[in-house]
Design a binder for this molecule. Structure first.
Ligand SMILES: C[S@@+](CC[C@H](N)C(=O)[O-])C[C@H]1O[C@@H](n2cnc3c(N)ncnc32)[C@H](O)[C@@H]1O
Length: 296
């Protein structure tokens, strides 16, 4: 049984126009909340859903005839379904509640792990290997790339002085020690985010998905991406803007612009309403962007 509550579920159904029958891709199946909502929005809807975490797929849906589940990274899923054109595509980035409490080192409370691999891929370095063995300059780069800002120096001092770590709890406690004054969120929050991004190579896969998805959309298809921090949102909006094309520069007569392939529908991100953030505080930082591809 999943404990994950899907964020912006109604908005996803509305923006993907899932009430009209179509073929949908859910690239981040997780606990299946969005897939379920899409399948329920129209009894003819068909969903292909994937997740890189094989443990995410252990739930059952009554409507299995209309659902195909694939254990795959979303950046590679199209190789399994090379002839399918989707009317709607969804990515709900990040971590599910089930993963957070799975004892794999994603939570500050994990006393026995500092792994953070979503797919358990044995070729991938764990967070423990990274914090314990990376050179100071490598570590600095990983933390900066993952969003650690003004806290970088005290965090670096904590890690370099206190390593090796054998659990997420030990790492979180070492960082907390360096921030004695009360802070709005746990001072290790962004550090954990940065490590998770590095361990799972999250930006590489997101960019590769965005490179590929354009070949697998039907005319007028919509792509919705929910992100949970500004770094992800930046990657998504930058790509959606690029896809909108460029107008020819006004001061160069005869110069050509670049033709776009569709339109960014949400210049202002779609965010959860107050009743949702009350019901599900984890939804607070969610922002959804939606792109509509042209008819041809
Ligand atoms: C926020 S949860 C999705 C929750 C889901 N929408 C629901 O309603 O239950 C994110 C999921 O995306 C998966 N994920 C993250 N990066 C992925 C990737 N590159 N490829 C496939 N799945 C990925 C995670 O394993 C996790 O299960």
């Amino acid at each position: 049984m999943t404990k994950h509550l899907p964020v912006l579920a109604k908005e996803v159904v509305d923006w993907l126009k899932a009430d009209r029958s179509g073929v949908f891709l859910d690239g981040t199946l997780g606990g299946g909340g969005h897939t379920r909502a899409i399948l329920e929005a129209n009894s003819d809807n068909i969903v292909v859903a994937c997740d890189r975490d094989p443990k995410a797929l252990g739930f059952k849906l009554e409507v299995e005839k209309r659902l195909t589940v694939i254990t795959s990274n979303y950046s590679e899923v199209f190789s399994f379904i090379p002839h399918t054109k989707f009317n709607g595509v969804l990515l709900d980035l990040g971590l599910s509640t089930d993963q957070l409490y799975s004892g794999r080192g994603f939570s500050f409370m994990d006393q026995s792990s500092l792994d953070m691999r979503m797919d358990g891929d044995g070729n991938r370095k764990t967070a423990q290997e990274i914090v314990n063995t990376a050179s100071p300059s490598e570590l600095r780069q990983i933390l900066k790339r993952g969003g650690v800002g003004k806290e970088l120096n005290p965090v670096m001092t904590a890690i370099l002085k206190d390593r090796p770590f054998d659990s997420a709890e030990a790492l979180a406690a070492s960082i907390k020690k360096r921030f004695p004054k009360p802070t709005k969120s746990h001072p290790a929050t962004v550090v954990f985010q940065a490590l998770r991004i590095a361990v799972n190579d999250e930006f590489t896969h997101l960019n590769s998905f965005l490179d590929n998805v354009v070949d697998f959309v039907a005319p007028s298809a919509r792509l919705a991406i929910i992100s949970f921090h500004s770094l992800e949102d930046e990657v998504v909006t930058k790509r959606f803007r690029k896809w909108e094309g460029e107008k020819p520069p006004a001061n160069y007569p005869g110069a050509k612009g670049k033709e776009g392939i569709g339109k960014l529908l949400t210049k202002k991100a779609v965010t959860p309403k107050e009743d949702e953030t009350k019901r599900n505080p984890a939804s607070r930082s969610a922002r959804m962007r939606v792109f509509e591809f042209y008819e041809s």
